[in-house]
Design a binder for this molecule. Structure first.
Ligand code: GAL
Length: 405
């Protein structure tokens, strides 16, 4: 944790922003935001808390709020926004939302998290999605491996890479990264109907079914294709393994694309992006939003409203998401500036939204409140690290999820 400045040093027109965007690609995207706000006369006090998925950031946030020193603006995901709103800590953004017409342009799936009790409490900056695979094109070409379209083809492709003596799957053994792969794996096994029944509605029968056992079996298969040093590795270092050709594939949300772009790599030429085989047409999403913690000072309130306005402007949504790897959180942003993966992501998001195949990410707090999310993390990680076989993990999952509700 780095405390860059204290609020005591802040000017009223500054915003102190708590976030976990500390990798190379994330920092580039963050600069787009900082520069955009600077152009609007809003100063930036940085409060980075490293750790993908934001678990550490949320722990720091809790401590700050408990000590009566909430940051002005906080990167936040899904149900965490709802929890903080329920505690009455978030500022009401209705006025700026009405002036800017957010209701008409923010997809309903996002509004479900940005609004609490009918009031806007957060400004969505992007839509990420977790069921992506990132591949080194030169490695695949050299080994004569075509882009896999089914789970079986994907396993065969990973086997061919492994047989060649290279690392098939770049992975970082951290609970949130294991869970991020699990999002796509659940979809690959049972599609959106099973995903919703088991992991959103938390139906015990679906959770305890053979499909969950199969999901754990697939997770074990993935583990067999990771290298021996995966434990504890940061996600962006796993991305670097694919970027450098040390590994062929990474299963990761599209923030990984930010790392490829930051390294000067071009989609279709240097790397491939494709949906986890068996999940084409499905999108498991997470949206980074900025929630504003309620302030009494009117100048601070004005700076928060300006930040929210800036974040939601179509120009910013394009410029930021082009760098971040995500797609815009509004439906009316042109796709011209986006690369092939971004254009694909935008089309697939719209289609999944229209077809009912858009689901909130389990790993990134868009399927359940934190207690359930953490219960799922624990079991998925314990299984991934060999503590349980698939059948035991399934039973443990049912128990852990029931206990967490
Ligand atoms: C996610 C977040 C992304 C990215 C990722 C890795 O939770 O939504 O924006 O930052 O973590 O840090």
């Amino acid at each position: 944790m780095t405390l860059m400045a204290t609020t005591g040093m802040a000017h009223a027109e500054d915003v102190e922003v708590l976030h976990w965007w500390t990798s190379g690609g994330e920092a580039s995207a963050l600069n787009v935001l900082k520069d955009g706000l600077a152009a609007d006369g809003i100063g930036w006090i940085d409060m980075p808390v490293a750790g993908g998925g934001g678990e550490s950031a949320m722990t720091t946030l809790r401590a700050r709020v408990t000590s009566g020193d909430a940051p002005t603006a906080v990167q936040m995901l899904g149900y965490d926004i709802q929890d903080w709103a329920e505690e009455g800590k978030l500022a009401n953004l209705d006025a700026v939302a009405a002036e800017e017409g957010w209701d008409a342009v923010v997809p309903a799936a996002l509004q479900a998290f940005s609004k609490y009790d009918g009031h806007w409490v957060a400004a969505p900056v992007n839509v990420h999605s977790t069921n992506w695979v990132w591949a080194n094109k030169a490695v695949l070409d050299e080994l004569g491996i075509a882009q896999p379209a089914t789970w079986e083809e994907f396993v065969a492709a990973m086997q061919a890479v492994k047989d060649s003596g290279r690392i098939a799957l770049a992975h970082g053994g951290q609970a949130w990264q294991d869970a991020t792969m699990f999002d796509g794996i659940v979809l690959s096994v049972g599609g959106v109907d099973f995903y919703k029944k088991a992991f959103i509605e938390l139906d015990s029968e679906a959770l305890g079914s053979e499909q969950t056992v199969e999901a754990f079996n697939r997770m074990a298969t993935l583990r067999s294709f990771a290298d021996d040093n995966f434990s504890g590795r940061d996600w962006n270092l796993a991305s670097a393994m694919v970027i450098n050709g040390d590994a062929a594939f990474q299963i990761m949300g599209d923030w990984a694309k930010g790392e490829f772009l930051n390294a000067g790599k071009v989609p279709g030429t240097d790397f491939l992006c494709f949906r986890l085989p068996g999940t084409q047409g499905d999108v498991s999403f997470n949206s980074d939003q900025f929630a504003m913690f309620a302030q009494t000072d009117t100048a601070a309130q004005a700076a928060q409203a300006e930040m929210a306005r800036a974040i939601m402007s179509p120009g910013f949504q394009s410029a930021f998401n082009v760098v971040k790897g995500s797609v815009p959180a509004r439906t009316d942003v042109p796709n011209d500036a986006f690369d092939a993966c971004g254009k694909q992501g935008m089309v697939e998001l719209a289609e999944a939204s229209a077809n009912g195949t858009l689901v909130g990410s389990i790993a990134h707090g868009h399927a359940n409140r934190a207690a359930v999310k953490n219960a799922i993390y624990d079991v998925v990680t314990a299984h991934f690290n060999g503590e349980y076989d698939a059948a035991t993990a399934t039973k443990e999952l049912v128990n852990a999820v029931e206990a967490a509700q």
